[in-house]
Design a protein around this ligand. Sequence first.
Ligand SMILES: Cc1cc2nc3c(=O)[nH]c(=O)nc-3n(C[C@H](O)[C@H](O)[C@H](O)COP(=O)(O)OP(=O)(O)OC[C@H]3O[C@@H](n4cnc5c(N)ncnc54)[C@H](O)[C@@H]3O)c2cc1C
Length: 208
Amino acid sequence: MLMTKVEWTRSGVPSKESIIDATAAGMVSRHDDEYHEFVTEITFERAREFLEKMIRLGHDSVLEHIVFQFWVSISRVASHQLVRHRMASYTQKSHRKERILTEEDFVIPDNLSEEDREEWIKDIRQQIAIYEKWLEKGYDADIARRKLPQETRTDLVMTINARSLRNFFKLRAEHVADFEIREMAQKMYHLIKKEQLDFLFYDIGIEN
Ligand SMILES: Cc1cc2nc3c(=O)[nH]c(=O)nc-3n(C[C@H](O)[C@H](O)[C@H](O)COP(=O)(O)OP(=O)(O)OC[C@H]3O[C@@H](n4cnc5c(N)ncnc54)[C@H](O)[C@@H]3O)c2cc1C
């Protein structure tokens, strides 16, 4: 069973034009010509070489012109860690709305033994029963949700620029990070790799 879910939003993949524009932004500082005079000469290959050089030289601010957007579905444990990354924008599913919960609404760790997994799911059913009990008593979801465990699933849309995403990968795609946010970071990276934009992270050791 997949623990975390990560997808591009419809406009989530940075366009080739935005990669070229980030390069043009980097060139503005040195070029004598105006933007529209030199931007047409920048190929994607040239942009790639230039941006890799910017990363090597530590001129990371040009990467702020490249923006990624993901839809993710993770536990409240992981979302709490995620939103500590302040240099990004988030919109998250609210648990203030009353919902009928099932096991699918919880992120169950993959690394449980078969036997323990059953026990884990039994615990989840109990948590759901407790949540429903407080709703049945007439309290609204604001009150009842306080009984939900940290493994409750939440969905969110995250918008993040390439500079901040580099910082996120450095901190969260490494083995020292919690396994769930690490899995999420690695899935993000694999989506980026499929789009051949992984050169923006060439110097970061992302596992798997
Ligand atoms: C393995 C691991 C364990 C962790 N354990 C804990 C823990 O036990 N307790 C805990 O509270 N947190 C913990 N954290 C969270 C960590 O302290 C950071 O809050 C989180 O990783 C976000 O990193 P960031 O501030 O670099 O990211 P962002 O908030 O996205 O910031 C990006 C960069 O912008 C700059 N920046 C942002 N805001 C400011 C500011 N106000 N002033 C100056 N510069 C700024 C910094 O250069 C920063 O690196 C842990 C993180 C990891 C990876």
